[in-house]
Structure formats: structure tokens, C-alpha cells
Ligand binder design. Structure first.
Ligand SMILES: Nc1ncnc2c1ncn2[C@@H]1O[C@H](COP(=O)(O)OP(=O)(O)OP(=O)(O)O)[C@@H](O)[C@H]1O
Ligand SMILES: Cc1ncsc1CCO
Ligand SMILES: [Mg+2]
Length: 264
């Protein structure tokens, strides 16, 4: 399929339809994520209309892959002893045809996670969600951020994102001031949101969990995953209007998700 170089903005009615579908199906999302964002991720999935489950023992991962609707692997606080569990969970998601999302937190600067995320690419994640530095590194470029933060704009990572999406035959989401969502051929953008999302830890990590929930819905996966970004941007705008600073922003963000879900 030839690459369409026009980047369309995701239409609000399409996103709203995906949000309604999420509320109707309440997908069960298995999250293997970092220790910083566990609680925030679980609460945000619930507010959005999905059901979180933080399960980490390898034997339970295999059992749970059969009933879960999607999986998140986030390497933020990866420990070498956990790598086999992550790998095993991705293999089981593939075995039972469940979509799985890779969040390659801080790849580039750190060897264990960089080599491990490269290895996970061979299992073809359904979606990779990262900031511009992380996506550039995974696609083979040199730029790495300072820890989990990016130094690049999403536009600078677009070619890398398209290339990576083609390699994994999946979807790549690059977030930042503008979010870009590509399958290597078609690219959608989501505008707006709030810079306050970068002043609390884990907005990206929770968005990756939300991408797993939206990826589990029926229909066009590219627009469904872009709808996760759209929901985050609208919830962040709502929260920014209410918030006095990062602390209250995080609380209002959950309320923003709940309002968007309840409005459907
Ligand atoms: N400058 C900005 N203005 C508005 N929204 C932003 C900006 N930068 C990031 N965002 C939003 O913040 C959310 C998280 O994206 P970001 O790129 O910061 O992820 P991340 O670097 O992986 O974050 P973290 O590691 O803290 O989880 C996304 O919804 C994104 O659209
Ligand atoms: C701060 C932090 N450190 C490792 S994971 C994480 C959460 C944001 O990526
Ligand atoms: Mg991140």
C-alpha cells in the first residue's frame, strides 16, 4: 500500500463513537507497568470505561491472556528478573490474538531496556506508544531523551514512526504537543491537550494503557487508537480549566475521563 503523506486530524464524531464503544464493552486490560504509575493507570482506565488488572506472576499471565482483552507492557521500572515475564505475556497475547501495547520508557540511554525492547519488536507489538526520542531510538535512530523525557518534537519522529510501524506491521503513536498515530501508510494527528500533562508523572504511561483498551475494540484500529489520544487531550483540557496546579490537574484528569465516558 502506498504511503499517504497527508496527515488528517481525527474527527471528533469518530472519537466519540469509539469512546461509546469502550463504555459498552468495558475491555479488561492486563497492565504490566512501572511501579510509579500503577494506581494512576488503574484509576484512569476505570474512569475511561475499561477494567484494569495488574498481574505479574508468569503463571497467572498465561491464564489471564485467555480472558483479557488487551495487554500493556511498560518498561519504566524494568528489572532484569522481570524480562522473561514480559516476554511470556507478549507471547501469550499473540497466542490468544489479543492486542498488546509496548511503552518503551527511556529507551536509548539505558542498555538493558533498549536491548530488551528491541527483542520485543520481534513479537510484533500491535501498538507502540512513546515520545519522539523513544520512537526515534526504537526505529534505529540515535536521539535519546533525558530519562523518560523527550528532547524532540513529534514531527521530527514522524519518519521513524512510519518506518517502525511498517517493521512491526502495527501502529506507532508518537506523543508530544501534537500526537501522531501511524500504521506506516496512513497517519492521523490529535491536537490540543495541556502542557500540565507533562508536569505530572505518567500521563504517557496511562495513555499507553488506554491505547491497549482502544486497540481491543472492533473496527479500524488506527482510528480507535487515535481516539485514545483524543480522549486524553480532551480530558487534559477539561482538567487544565479546573486545576490550580499539577496536583489538582491529576485529580481533574480522572474526572475529565469520567465525564467524557458518561456523556456517551
Ligand atoms: N507540550 C504539550 N502540550 C500539550 N500536551 C502535551 C505536551 N507534551 C505532551 N503532551 C501530552 O501529554 C501526554 C503524555 O505524552 P508525553 O509525550 O509527555 O509522554 P511521555 O514522555 O511518555 O510521558 P511519561 O513518561 O511521563 O508517561 C500525551 O497525551 C500528550 O499529548
Ligand atoms: C519517573 C519514572 N521513572 C521510571 S518510570 C517513570 C514514570 C514515567 O515514565
Ligand atoms: Mg513515557
Amino acid at each position: 500500500m502506498p504511503t499517504d503523506t497527508t496527515i488528517l486530524e481525527l474527527d471528533a464524531p469518530i472519537a466519540l463513537q469509539a469512546i461509546a464503544q469502550l463504555a459498552e464493552h468495558s475491555p479488561l486490560i492486563h497492565c504490566i507497568t512501572n511501579t510509579v504509575v500503577q494506581n494512576f493507570t488503574a484509576n484512569l482506565l476505570l474512569a475511561a470505561g475499561a477494567i484494569p488488572a495488574m498481574i505479574i506472576d508468569p503463571s497467572e499471565c498465561q491464564e489471564f491472556a485467555q480472558v483479557a482483552d488487551g495487554l500493556l507492557l511498560n518498561v519504566g521500572t524494568l528489572h532484569r528478573e522481570h524480562c522473561p515475564t514480559y516476554y511470556h505475556a507478549a507471547e501469550n497475547a499473540n497466542r490468544y490474538a489479543k492486542p498488546w501495547v509496548l511503552d518503551p520508557v527511556a529507551v536509548g540511554g539505558l542498555t538493558l531496556r533498549t536491548e530488551f525492547c528491541r527483542k520485543l519488536l520481534s513479537l510484533n507489538p500491535s501498538v507502540i506508544r512513546g515520545n519522539a526520542s523513544e520512537i526515534s531510538v526504537l526505529a534505529g535512530g540515535g536521539a535519546s531523551g533525558r530519562g523518560p523525557e523527550t528532547q524532540l518534537s513529534t514531527d521530527q519522529a514522524l519518519d521513524a514512526a512510519r518506518q517502525l510501524a511498517t517493521t512491526i506491521e502495527g501502529i506507532v503513536v508518537v506523543t508530544g504537543e501534537v500526537d501522531l498515530v501511524t500504521d506506516g501508510h496512513r497517519t492521523l494527528k490529535v491536537l490540543g491537550g495541556s502542557v500540565l500533562a507533562t508536569r505530572v508523572t505518567g500521563a504517557g504511561c496511562t495513555l499507553s494503557a488506554l491505547c491497549a483498551a482502544f486497540a481491543s475494540l472492533e473496527g479500524d484500529r488506527l482510528t480507535n487508537v487515535a481516539s485514545a489520544c483524543w480522549m486524553m487531550s480532551r480530558a487534559a483540557e477539561f482538567a487544565a480549566r479546573q486545576a490550580a496546579g499539577p496536583g489538582t490537574f491529576a485529580l481533574h484528569l480522572l474526572d475529565g475521563f469520567a465525564q467524557l465516558r458518561e456523556a456517551q
